[in-house]
Design a protein around this ligand. Structure first.
Ligand code: F6R
Length: 240
């Protein structure tokens, strides 16, 4: 595991460079993406480098980790909307090269199966971007999700609903379910890029990286992945 602790902007820049280098090495890379506040600065770096001609996403395919169940794609809180706003509309990626699980599919179980299949048919994920939740979740894999889980329907925990309510007008509007890649799906990625920011993540990143590997802390499984880079800002890295 490669661990970098430094200024938040340095984390954004270095993490973006890892993605750019991946794409330079393999222009048709398959990249797994995350939403949330953590990767926004990194996405801004990718947009800047794309505009500067330093990287092209024209042959890249992307798969997002997760999506809420039951809110329309056009809703400002959908992860589809988030990705359009924070990355896709500003880079040269073709519209049909981006995938998110469809939280409005008539059969959610079938949607999960076909998402998993689509990832496999694309050749598998070359590089997966992750953030971490306060309870150690990755994607929407909450504590005690089996390590062998693949893309599945998730009942969100109270703590995740609370944390995500900051993006909604009220907590009642936060969906109670989501679709998420499983822990096994994530671990199958050939490379993983975990970004962690803020003093409120200091305890959980310490547990995830230095504590036992346990389903109680889903991100702790990353200790067993052979190719992980972790970018932690100074505030989150105080215990490491
Ligand atoms: C987002 C995702 C989540 C977030 C995590 C951290 O697609 O799957 O696991 O990465 O909840 O969220 P932020 O970055 O908002 O602290």
């Amino acid at each position: 595991m490669k661990l970098f602790i430094g200024a938040s902007e340095e984390c954004d820049r270095k993490a973006a460079l890892e993605i750019v280098n991946q794409i330079k090495e393999k222009p048709d890379s398959v990249i797994g993406l995350a939403t949330g506040s953590t990767p926004v600065g990194m996405y801004q770096n990718l947009i800047r480098m794309n505009h500067a001609g330093e990287v092209s996403f024209f042959r890249v395919k992307t798969f997002n980790l997760d999506e809420y169940v039951g809110i329309p794609r056009a809703h400002p809180c959908s992860y589809y909307y988030f990705m359009q706003e924070n990355l896709f509309r500003d880079i040269d990626i073709p519209a049909d090269a981006v995938s998110l699980p469809n939280g409005n599919a008539p059969d959610l179980e079938e949607e999960c199966r076909s998402y998993e299949e689509k990832i496999a048919e694309s050749g598998g994920i070359d590089l997966q971007v992750l953030g971490i939740g306060h309870n150690g979740h990755i994607g929407f894999n909450e504590p005690n999700t089996p390590f062998d889980s693949v893309t599945h329907v998730v009942d969100l925990t109270e703590s995740t609903i609370q944390a995500n309510s900051r993006f909604f007008d009220s907590i009642d509007q936060v969906p109670r379910q989501a679709l998420s890649m499983g822990i096994k799906t994530i671990m199958h990625a050939r490379k993983i890029l975990l970004i962690v920011k803020g003093a409120d993540k200091a305890d959980i990143i310490y547990k995830a990286l230095r504590g036992p590997v346990t389903p109680e802390v889903p991100a702790s499984i990353l200790q067993l992945h052979p190719n992980v880079s972790v970018y932690v800002d100074n505030a989150a890295g105080v215990k490491l």
